[in-house]
Design a protein around this ligand. Sequence first.
Ligand SMILES: [Zn+2]
Ligand SMILES: [Zn+2]
Length: 155
Amino acid sequence: MLKFTLSEFKEGVRVPVAGEYDPKQIEVEFPDLHYVAPVRLEGFAEKTAGTFRFEGTLTTRARKTCGRCLKEMESGFSEDFDWIYETENRETIDPADNVRELLIIDHELAYLCQENCKGLCPVCGKNLNENTCKCRQSSYHSFPVIKKLKPKKES
Ligand SMILES: [Zn+2]
Ligand SMILES: [Zn+2]
């Protein structure tokens, strides 16, 4: 966890700072999003009269689950930040809320392993990106295709 004690900073002096968060401690995980690395913050902090500025880069690694076929994907996450805090009547600065916000904003409603992920067969449960199954021919999914073909005969 990162917590800045304001009295330890000299006014007008930019200092390098770095720290890590355990994703479980700051509650940024979702059923389809788990972190496989600590949330690392690296940058510079500077205290001025009335404000405290913390700017740098947040990096971590996440495992996401495709919303259609349930395939798991792992990818890196890196985002720059520039946070400015009012320091009046405060002794410490805790950026945890900003960290949470930055990570949650990035959380999409549903991840897809690929733009046209075919998902799972609703009948047999096979991953249709990797397999074809016989159920598809008889499923209702094929009806729109038949409809599309009919008008062609008339022209
Ligand atoms: Zn998928
Ligand atoms: Zn099937």
